[in-house]
Design a protein around this ligand. Structure first.
Ligand SMILES: [Zn+2]
Ligand SMILES: [Zn+2]
Length: 120
């Protein structure tokens, strides 16, 4: 019953330097996750790449803005006309913001994916 590295799926021998994730308690070869074994401080706080990704996603979700309230203005007329051009121009910045956030999230995911595949 040997220990197994979650990154390379090879066994971890006593001679191997290993690092344990403080979050999911899985073991990794130090070299598989580029862990600097000389610093004992970070060892107690180290989290594996997949836990870091999960953590970041949770943080993002908590920051997701609730649908913003209507922009201030003296528009008193009821918006019966759905295709009101002024309404669309009011929505545009909001849509841009949403799109920006989406793209950023996707970008972060891709970067994380590349990083984790490089570590394997
Ligand atoms: Zn490994
Ligand atoms: Zn982990």
């Amino acid at each position: 019953m040997g220990l197994q590295c979650e990154a390379c799926s090879n066994s971890i021998n006593v001679t191997h330097k290993r690092i344990k994730c403080t979050s999911c308690a899985l073991l990794y070869h130090s070299e598989c996750v580029n862990f600097d074994d000389t610093s004992s401080l970070s060892r107690n706080q180290w989290k594996c790449p997949s836990c870091l990704i999960k953590q970041r996603k949770v943080g993002d979700n908590s920051k997701t803005p609730v649908r913003s309230s209507k922009p201030q203005g003296s528009i008193t007329q009821p918006s019966i006309n759905v295709c009101n051009p002024s309404e669309i121009s009011d929505l545009l910045p909001h849509l841009e913001q949403l799109l920006d956030k989406k793209l950023k999230t996707i970008k972060e995911e891709i970067v994380a994916e590349i990083k984790s595949s490089l570590l394997k």
